[in-house]
Ligand binder design. Sequence first.
Ligand code: SAM
Ligand code: SF4
Length: 349
Amino acid sequence: MDYKPGLFTTADPIAQQTGSMIDPFGRAVTYLRVSVTDRCDFRCTYCMSENMTFLPKKDLLTLEELDRLCSAFVAKGVRKLRLTGGEPLVRKNIMFLIRSLSRHLQSGDLEELTLTTNGSQLGRYATELADAGVKRINVSLDTLDKEKFHTITRWGDLDRVLDGIDAALAAGIKIKLNAVALKGFNEDEIPQLLRFAHARDMDLTLIETMPMGEIDEDRTDQYLPLSSVRQTLSEQFTLTDLDYKTGGPARYVKVEETGGKLGFITPMTHNFCESCNRVRLTCTGTLYMCLGQDDAADLRTALRASDDNAYLFASIDEAITRKPKGHDFIIDRTTKRPAVARHMSVTGG
Ligand code: SAM
Ligand code: SF4
């Protein structure tokens, strides 16, 4: 049978035999993050070098192939699907994939279809995303200063991103802002970012920079431990620890003065791997079982070998047996090479 997007659902007889994905440490894999393109319209200094070599277009999975792969994971128990990149909204015809995947929301097989975006294209896509059942998205925003925004993203325009955020909120999409905490860059601005987010009913999550891929700068100069950010914030705000979990690595506090939530993602100072429920797929069909390790499985070969999904399911099962216990990130003056050679834009964070 030729594969047609939209036709494969978990009602398929093969899908019903697939079973769920439990890794060797007993963790159920229920969350798939998919980098739909390695390309981006920004060049954030902590993420990419200015002159990036991107994959040749011919190496990319087609949108139909991405749909089939994502659907296979849904059949195997994935309940949450996040499209990321590079910038997911610069992939040509991306709404075709999003609309197609939304059938799994309608069937109830998928709980959430979401994305992580730099916000530059949200003005154009917000309404369509909402219509396709996207209820929440993450938008990356490291500063509210126009000049600094241009410095950190190299190519970005803050006003366009802010308009995109407004468009998404107006379309009824809930937003979580993500900001990478950078020493000497935005550490003084975090209270302002917090007030900006909470005034619009958006949560804010702070992220420590991770040593992924060669960039043009020294990461030791950028790295800011969130333990010290929290310490500084607690001089101005009352931070109450929350039990709230999104299934992700963030630990949340309530900011009593604003009433909003603030998350901390601390891959460097706290290892959150014991509750990891996710795997990451690249736009070439490579599956990474851990963000911080190089081991990967090639699913493109299985995908293209047959229209029948049996081989693909077997390849996914084999990959899950290799999910490692965790990662070891180090940033210091003696460790000059990144912990993993690939850039964050390959797997999308
Ligand atoms: N382009 C989209 C965006 O910026 O939201 C999606 C992809 S981007 C790689 C996903 C997230 O990873 C962003 O929030 C970005 O700030 C973060 N990121 C990129 N490189 C990072 C690094 N080396 N350490 C920590 N976070 C990083
Ligand atoms: Fe692009 Fe996102 Fe990386 Fe910035 S963080 S360069 S927006 S992929």
